[in-house]
Design a protein around this ligand. Structure first.
Ligand code: ATP
Ligand code: F6P
Length: 476
């Protein structure tokens, strides 16, 4: 398991690793050296080529890694003056249309430049077709003059069926066509694409000075040019792993363990008798949800997840990176023990649970860093069932749902519950399924010690996922 380095004080006590207190202006606290890098990712492509979907995923991924990113969607700027244009608005011989579209692009770029004035903001995505060389050159010049790097990301796709299904799936329900007949909307959208096709110029040889990544037919071919630094290559690597095949990710905590029953954290305990019952019922729960779909099961290296997955009739893989958050010197203690033996730590964890690092152990922030390869592999994979632990599950869930860092460590994830996450065009759908096997609740409300009594009924009915911070409400 990943362990930050520990050092000893002259008295022999453990001291917190340096990284916990290191807060310099050129790191974002997750070890990413950001120096003065600011990148504008400029999307390029005809309508309905998945640009907005790619842009949103990149923002969510970077946000999860604590890299401040934001998408500037030129379409939403354009809608302020032309909410529901028909295809002729996009005809380049329509002078007024041209003027309004350029004005929308200028407004988005101007806002982006203001946003970059804050030193914590690192990556902006300029989401528009940016379909001509002239438009791309204009963006590059504007960014150069502000010291902002540009990374052009073109999505090219000539698979007619896919384009048509994109139009039906997302375009006919777009605000541009709100209240209109879906068939008429689809027809008009096809016409809009035709307008763009007349002037569209793919990234080519005369643009070899640009840094770009060209994704052809959803990654069946990827061409990269002049990638310059760490952050750019990280974004490009992420893009190379994306696919759009329909699939789900199932996540479950291990069955109730003997430590869960006694209220101890960490450790490598066996399942309790009720935990073993959950393990026996899990295959049916999974089959009910997944049918005969092929699946791969991922577990941690700890006994309780392997025991939980024992009867699942699928290929299995165990990952060290899926082991529970390391509670360091508190491993094996109850929350009440921690409050008594380490009162300052107990309070510090409540005050900032995401960043608090156990003495000799990990924080939620640390867990996110070690989970990054898991997320990358998940993006590349199809159906996966992950049997893991409370804190790890919260981090994976936060990635897919875009939950914020303050709230995600407080999310209530009951034992003996299978969660199905299904990525859709612009959001992830969630479904919760409970096994009919009672279990203790290991959830601890802020300021409390956790009771470790049987889970209350309300939590076993698929209630809101984040109930830990009642006053602040659910995560976005
Ligand atoms: P517009 O220019 O009209 O805003 P867009 O290019 O931003 O269009 P999206 O709104 O993102 O298109 O389209 C989303 C659809 O594109 C989703 O159904 C998604 O599955 C699909 N999609 C995602 N990635 C790709 C890709 N690389 N190529 C083609 N389609 C994709
Ligand atoms: O109690 C079960 C458990 O998985 C512990 O092993 C772990 O320390 C804890 O949950 C993580 O949850 P929290 O971050 O809320 O303490």
């Amino acid at each position: 398991q990943y362990k930050p380095e520990l050092s000893r004080s002259p008295q022999g006590d453990f001291m917190r690793p340096a990284i916990r207190t290191r807060k310099s202006s050129n790191t974002n606290g997750v070890g990413v050296q950001v120096e003065d890098t600011r990148i504008c990712v400029v999307m390029v492509g005809l309508p309905a080529r998945g640009k907005s979907l790619i842009a949103q995923k990149v923002v969510r991924y970077l946000g999860w890694l604590s890299i401040s990113a934001r998408c500037f969607n030129v379409g939403s700027y354009r809608r302020t003056n032309t909410p529901q244009p028909n295809a002729s608005f996009f005809d380049t011989s329509n002078k007024e249309g041209e003027r309004l579209r350029k004005a929308a692009a200028e407004a988005a770029v101007a806002d982006m430049i203001v946003w970059f004035k804050s030193p914590k903001n690192l990556i902006a995505i300029l989401d528009a077709t940016n379909s001509t060389k002239a438009r791309r050159r204009w963006i590059k010049d504007r960014c150069d003059s502000e010291g902002i790097e540009t990374l052009f990301v073109e999505s090219k796709c000539d698979e007619e069926d896919l384009i048509m299904s994109n139009i039906i799936e997302v375009k006919t329900t777009s605000p541009d066509y709100c209240g209109q007949d879906p068939e008429e909307a689809a027809k008009d959208f096809r016409e809009r694409i035709r307008m763009y096709e007349r002037v569209y110029e793919t990234l080519d040889e005369d643009e070899q000075d640009l840094t770009y990544c060209k994704i052809i037919n959803v990654g069946s071919q990827v061409i990269i040019n002049r990638i310059q630094d760490y952050l750019q290559s990280r974004v490009v690597y992420y893009l190379m792993n994306l696919h759009i095949k329909p699939r789900s990710i199932w996540i479950s905590r291990h069955g109730e363990s003997m430590f869960n029953v006694s209220g101890q954290i960490g450790g490598d305990a066996d399942l309790s008798p009720r935990g073993f019952r959950y393990a026996s019922e899990l295959p049916a729960l999974v089959r009910n949800s997944a049918g005969d779909a092929p699946l791969t099961v991922w577990t941690s290296t700890l006994k309780r997840t392997a025991q939980t997955a024992a009867h699942l009739p699928y290929e299995k893989l165990s990952w060290k990176a899926l082991d529970e958050l390391d509670s360091g010197v508190c491993d094996g203690l109850t929350y009440a023990d921690i409050e008594q033996q380490y009162p300052a730590d107990f309070a510090a964890r409540d005050a900032d649970k995401y960043n608090y690092r156990y003495l000799g152990g990990e924080s939620y922030r640390d867990v996110v860093i070690r989970l990054e390869p898991i997320i990358m592999e998940l993006e590349r994979s199809e159906n996966i069932l992950i049997v893991t632990h409370q804190a790890v599950l919260r981090c994976i869930y936060a990635y897919f749902m875009g939950s914020n860092q303050e709230q995600s460590p407080w999310m209530e994830v009951p034992l003996h519950c299978l969660i199905r996450l299904t990525p859709r065009a612009y959001k992830t759908e969630e479904e919760r399924m409970f096994a009919d096997v009672p279990a203790v609740s290991t959830w601890r409300e802020k300021g409390s010690k956790a009771v470790h009594a049987d889970t209350p009924e309300h939590s076993r009915r698929g209630s809101p996922s984040i109930v830990g911070m009642k006053k602040e409400g659910a995560a976005k």
